[in-house]
Design a protein around this ligand. Structure first.
Ligand code: PLP
Length: 516
């Protein structure tokens, strides 16, 4: 394709995207296709000679779109939203137009410096303390691809911090201030004993980080009575048991806004426990909820003061509720030097005059991979177009819709709210007056599973289920409605709720008929 070809195809693509958004509400939210639908329609070999690009682009409409689940649809209320905005789409286009791997400052100074500035913007917008700012503090932020990568990166830094702490007092220790100066034999001696902690509500990223590092992850139980939040005492008990066994706690993941119910772990209590152990780093996973720290009136609920006091690192995703198209995960650390010590590996060909003299940041030392995408331009375009106020207004819409939905659920005699609404997430189930008080937990779960199956069989709504495990109650199967999507209106919310009620009544009728 030449420049004129690009101009033509580019205009056509933007037109097609505009048409897609104009007509999005007429589509069903879920893809109405069966497994293999696309594979059946595609040739098994790539074409040997090039095709006309207009044909290629047309196939996006005819072959791909039918197999797309519309995450930008107003009735998408599954998982969490993964919002896109026109501003971030255009930013992605510009980023790819200057495609480069941006690992060192010198690769493209703008990529590094825009990330430094926009990450400090975000730290301030979210109310993170000065320590997490690059310009004024000892820490700073980096954009990663996912909250999972952030948790793994934090774990690697935490391991290095713990190994340095453990070995610096060993006879003959060479630990000073440089990378790789924990000797291999001491690394081998302590590494197998390291344990990380989260709760039974921690996202699977905790287990995954442990798997990748070959370490163990301990899921500390939570109680329904605590709203499924991790408490300090439970964590302390687990840690003390492990210490007695000769194990070494080194990393705790606390969640602010769990995936299942939006629970906020007791960072105050957890922080207190963690601060008693020099080897432990505390990572806050706030992948979904963290952006709501932009709202001053949510900061107490999200425990911002405790985060600022105790957290070693903090992560939130702009690519969920934060108006930036996937991917854009913000990872802030209190001590950038500790992170760099764990991840800096610099062969001669990666050295540069600017980095050697310490005047610039090389973001490759803040992450796992070498190359990196130019993601800060998405934040820059979005935050400048919306302004902090526009960003806050967007967040408030989802929270407000959730409050209104919670009233609808409360007013219904057949449903009950399982945990208090958390920001824009609500978790509910069939229950309340519709079920006799002596209905067994297993039967309640079964009825809700039947409801979930009915909802899953529909294409016009998309919700997801969860199972809540706790130490003080039987497992609770329930359904989540995750609001906050950019195109979701209150009418969408009401229509989805009407579908849930209709299917719920059908489940109850069948159940009653069977019993009669
Ligand atoms: C969504 C979510 C994750 C996973 O985020 P990725 O960026 O896809 O890795 C992790 N933790 C919580 C609490 C989440 O809600």
């Amino acid at each position: 394709m030449d420049i004129e070809g690009f101009r033509k195809a580019g205009y056509a693509a933007v037109d097609a995207i505009c048409d897609y958004y104009t007509n999005l509400s007429k589509r069903t939210v879920k893809a109405e296709v069966q497994p293999g639908y696309l594979i059946e329609q595609l040739p098994r070999e790539a074409p040997s000679t090039g095709e006309d690009f207009a044909t290629v682009a047309a196939d996006f409409q005819s072959l791909i779109l039918p197999g797309i689940t519309h995450w930008q649809h107003g009735k998408f209320m599954a998982y969490f939203p993964a919002i896109s905005t026109f501003e971030s789409m255009i930013a992605d286009l510009y980023a790819t137009s200057v495609s480069n791997p941006g690992f060192n400052w010198v690769c493209s100074p703008a990529c590094t410096e825009l990330e430094q500035v926009t990450m400090d913007w975000m730290a301030k917008i979210l109310g993170l303390g000065k320590e997490f700012h690059l310009e004024q503090g000892s820490g700073g932020g980096v954009i990663l691809n996912s909250a999972s990568e952030a948790a793994l990166t934090a774990a690697i830094a935490a391991r290095e911090t713990a190994l340095r702490e453990l070995t610096s007092s060993e006879p003959g220790s060479t630990v000073s201030g440089g990378t790789f100066d924990v000797p291999d034999d001491l690394r081998a001696k302590y590494s197998p004993k390291l344990v990380m902690y989260g709760s039974t509500q921690t996202h699977s990223l905790g287990e995954k980080a442990a798997l990748i590092l070959g370490l163990s992850f301990r899921a500390v139980p939570v109680a329904a009575a605590d709203g499924y939040a991790l408490r300090g005492d439970a964590l302390r008990k687990a840690i003390e048991e492990d210490v007695k066994k000769g194990l070494i706690p080194f990393y705790v993941i606390a969640t602010v806004g769990t995936t299942s119910t939006g629970a906020v772990d007791r960072i105050d209590e957890i922080g207190q426990v963690v601060s008693e152990y020099k080897t432990i780093s505390l990572h806050i996973d706030s992948a979904w909820a963290g952006v709501a720290l932009a709202l001053e009136d949510q900061r107490a609920f999200l425990r911002l003061d405790d985060i600022n006091r105790y957290a070693t690192s903090f992560c939130t995703n702009m690519h969920k509720w934060g108006l930036v198209a996937f991917d854009c995960s913000l990872f802030f650390v209190r001590n950038r030097k500790a992170l760099n010590l764990a991840l800096d590996a610099t062969p001669a060909f990666l050295r540069s005059k600017e980095a050697d003299t310490g005047t610039v940041i090389d973001y490759r030392n803040w992450q796992l991979a070498l190359g990196r995408r130019f993601r800060s331009i998405k934040i820059w375009f979005v935050m400048r177009s919306y302004g902090v106020k526009g960003f806050q207004d967007h967040l408030r819409v989802g929270i407000d819709q959730c409050q209104q939905l919670s009233k609808l659920i409360t007013a219904s005699s057949s449903f009950e709210i399982v945990t208090p609404p958390s920001l824009s997430l609500i978790v509910f189930r069939l229950g309340g007056a519709a079920l006799p008080a002596d209905t067994l937990p297993a039967e309640r779960n079964l009825l809700n599973t039947l409801l979930n199956n009915r909802l899953n069989a529909r294409y016009d709504v998309f919700l997801t289920q969860t199972m809540l495990h706790s130490a003080d109650q039987e497992d609770v199967f329930c359904i989540r409605i995750a609001l906050g999507g950019r195109t979701t209106t209150m009418q969408d919310v009401e229509e989805v709720w009407a579908v849930v009620e209709e299917e719920g009544e059908a489940v109850l009728k069948e159940w009653r008929d069977q019993k009669a």
